[in-house]
Ligand binder design. Structure first.
Ligand SMILES: CC(C)(COP(=O)(O)OP(=O)(O)OC[C@H]1O[C@@H](n2cnc3c(N)ncnc32)[C@H](O)[C@@H]1OP(=O)(O)O)[C@@H](O)C(=O)NCCC(=O)NCCS
Length: 149
C-alpha cells in the first residue's frame, strides 16, 4: 500500500530509511544539505513541501520542494531501488504538484539529472535551456573579489 504523508514529525526510523534511500541512489553527497537535521529544518520551513511515501510503515521514497509565492521548484526526488517502476515517483510528483497548485503555483520546475530526464518527461515536464550551477561551500561566493563597485 502506498501512503503519502506530510509527516507532522519525522520519526527517527523514517529519517534513517530516507537517508538509506538517498545513499542507495547516490544522492547523499552532503549531510549538511541532506542529512537528518537538514530534513527536520525543511519540515519546519513554511515555504517547503516535503512528502514521504510509506509502504507497510516503511519510508521508501521522498520528494521535497519549495513554493515562494512565485515559482515552485522540486529539489529532490528519490525512490528506493527495490520500489522503483511502481508509479511511486509519479505519485510523489503528482502529490507535490497538487499541493503547490493548492498554494497558488501556476507552474512547477524540477532539478533533474540526465539519467532521470525520461522519467520527468513521462510525468509532464519538458527540458528548458536552463541549468543548475552550484557554489559549495557558500564561502566561495562571499570570497569572490568585488572590484568595480
Ligand atoms: C527517477 C525515479 C524517481 C523514478 O521513480 P519511479 O517510482 O521508479 O518511477 P515511476 O514508476 O513512477 O515511473 C513513471 C514513468 O516513468 C518511467 N521511468 C521511470 N524512471 C525512468 C528513467 N530513469 N528514465 C526513463 N523513464 C523512466 C516509468 O517507466 C514510467 O513510465 P510509464 O509512464 O510508461 O508508466 C527513481 O528511479 C529514482 O529515485 N531514481 C534515482 C534518483 C533520481 O534519479 N532522482 C531524480 C533526480 S532528482
Amino acid at each position: 500500500m502506498v501512503a503519502l504523508c506530510e509527516s507532522e514529525i519525522l520519526r527517527l526510523a523514517t529519517l534513517k530509511n530516507l537517508i538509506e534511500v538517498l545513499k542507495l541512489n547516490n544522492q547523499y553527497g552532503c549531510p549538511e544539505v541532506d542529512g537528518p537535521d537538514a530534513m527536520k529544518r525543511v519540515q519546519s520551513c513554511e515555504a517547503a513541501v516535503f512528502l514521504v511515501c510509506e509502504i507497510n510503515g516503511k519510508a521508501v521514497g521522498l520528494i521535497r520542494g519549495v513554493y515562494d509565492g512565485s515559482r515552485a521548484l522540486i529539489h529532490q526526488l528519490s525512490v528506493h531501488p527495490e520500489y522503483q517502476e511502481r508509479d511511486i515517483g509519479r505519485a510523489l510528483v503528482k502529490e507535490i504538484a497538487k499541493e503547490f497548485r493548492r498554494r497558488g503555483a501556476p507552474s512547477v520546475s524540477a532539478t533533474v539529472t540526465e539519467r532521470s530526464l525520461g522519467f520527468w518527461k513521462r510525468v509532464g515536464f519538458e527540458r528548458v535551456p536552463v541549468f543548475l550551477t552550484l557554489a559549495y561551500p557558500i564561502e566561495k561566493v562571499l570570497e569572490t573579489p568585488t572590484t568595480k563597485v
